[in-house]
Design a protein around this ligand. Structure first.
Ligand SMILES: [Zn+2]
Length: 466
């Protein structure tokens, strides 16, 4: 019995020993042919998690620095990616599946609507958190055509097809309340022939309709006759509820109504030419407007003379440096205040006539501050300023010493009732001064009068392009 047991033990040991050698041999052979041992041949990775291809290597027979890894995994996008591991002649591919296994986390909100509003599943979603795009649908075929309270089951599905089920309350009501109309206390008062925007300071609100209509009824106003009138604002929501609000307006007599007027304007001065320009204006007994800068204060005394002679001084820009003036709205108003202060020192008046550097239609400001002209054209007027572009261009901005004949041709080609002519008052533009007499003579012969710009004068506005 004892002998037998010993024999068995010996045999067992031998078998074990042989098996171990066999296993080691097979493993070695396997490694010889597969020198890069990887964790798995297909790997699943959750979207947006970190993935490093080198972490997949379990063992390398040889120098693991020599393993070349090819391929990329974008863990921010669902999909299947392939990574190639190469060591000398050996190569092995691993498939990486980036997947989304977590259902969206959804917060809903309840809705109260009129009978008209389209009800979309997404309207009930207050907040949604998920790694991929989520779509929503109603769990049941819903019919919201009757007033009442509905409990609405909603299913949110992400791109990994994970679903979250939730629900919200919809209250469908008949809208029987009309919208409300509000406007500022500003008195509507304008000169005959100059139509203001009646809707400028008017707002309308409705309890259900986000975009109620707002119209103006001026059938009781005789625009040809100065006097006090009433206009009616009419607001309507989409359910057909209507409201009206009346507002009084005054049309003032307009002496200029049937006049043909030229507004001569000179930008960028004062300069050594201001004196010459003033002399010509005196000779023809006409008035003009100077949109000035702060760049040549040594000539500011001529602005004082211009003001005393009844010409008006407008605000162009203190520095005329587009890059700084249009770098922000604050920068614009900073520059405007500086030129306003300078003009106040000269004229003793808080001038609110503005000409934008480059005009309101300039596109150059876009490179410094997108949409700045859209903001400034509105905010300037809200602050009580008016900006004056031009509707007649002498062309003297296109270069220096453009022949006077060319300038005359450009500046006399305009034909509207009110003409605002753009010219420049700078040292380099002598031909503008030379052209001026002929330009004045032309319009005088056409029956135009020449006026300096006032705050309520005709204000041509270019379209804003930024
Ligand atoms: Zn200018």
């Amino acid at each position: 019995m004892k002998k037998r047991l010993r024999k068995y033990k010996i045999r067992y040991k031998r078998v074990f020993f042989a098996a171990a050698i066999l296993f080691a041999g097979i493993s070695f052979l396997y490694l010889l042919f597969h020198p890069v041992l990887l964790k798995a041949s297909t790997i699943e990775v959750e979207i947006n998690s970190e993935f490093k291809p080198e972490d997949q290597i379990l063992f390398v027979l040889g120098d693991d620095k020599e393993v070349k890894i090819d391929g990329e995994v974008d863990t921010s996008k669902l999909g299947e990616y392939t990574i190639n591991y190469k060591l000398h002649q050996y190569q092995k591919e691993v498939k990486i599946k980036v997947q989304d296994t977590k259902a969206p986390s959804i917060t809903t909100k309840n809705l109260k609507t009129d009978m008209i509003q389209d009800i979309e599943p997404a309207s009930f979603i207050e907040k949604c958190e998920d790694a991929t795009e989520v779509t929503y649908h109603f769990a049941n075929q819903e019919d919201f055509t009757k007033p009442g309270r509905y409990e609405v089951p909603i299913i949110a599905t992400d791109q990994g097809k994970n679903e979250t089920r939730t629900s919200a309350i919809l209250e469908r009501c008949e809208d029987i309340k009309a919208p409300t109309i509000e406007h500022s206390d500003k008195k509507i008062e304008f000169k005959q022939g100059l139509l203001p925007d009646f809707l400028e300071d008017v707002s309308i609100k409705d309890d259900f309709d986000e975009n109620p209509s707002l119209d103006t009824d001026t059938s009781q106003v005789n625009f040809d006759q100065p006097g006090d009138y009433t206009l009616i604002y009419i607001g309507r929501d989409r359910s057909g509820n209507e409201t009206q609000k009346t507002r009084s307006l005054t049309i003032l007599k307009n002496e200029e109504l049937n006049q043909k007027i030229v507004y001569l304007t000179f930008d960028d001065g004062p300069s050594k030419n201001t004196e010459r320009i003033l002399k010509i204006l005196d000779q023809y007994d006409v008035k003009a407007t100077f949109f000035v800068t702060g760049n040549q204060p040594s000539y500011n005394d001529w602005l004082k003379v211009a003001h005393e002679k009844g010409h008006t001084i407008g605000l162009h820009t203190f520095t005329h440096d587009f890059a700084s003036v249009y770098s922000s709205t604050d920068a614009y108003y900073d520059d405007l205040r500086k030129i306003q202060d300078m003009v106040k020192d000269i004229t003793n008046e808080e001038v609110k006539l503005v000409r934008f550097p480059g005009g309101s239609s300039n596109t150059i400001s876009k490179q410094y501050f997108p949409k700045i002209m859209t903001i400034l054209t509105k905010s300037l007027q809200d602050k009580g300023y008016q900006y004056f572009d031009w509707n007649c261009d002498s062309g003297d901005a296109s270069g220096n010493n453009i022949p006077a004949d060319t300038l005359i041709q450009n500046a006399t080609a305009c034909q509207s009732q009110y003409i605002n002519i753009l010219m420049h008052d700078t040292a380099a533009k002598d031909t503008t001064v030379e052209a001026l007499p002929k330009i004045i003579e032309h319009y005088k012969s056409e029956g135009y009068v020449f006026k300096a710009i006032e705050i309520d004068s005709f204000a041509p506005h270019h379209g804003v392009n930024n």
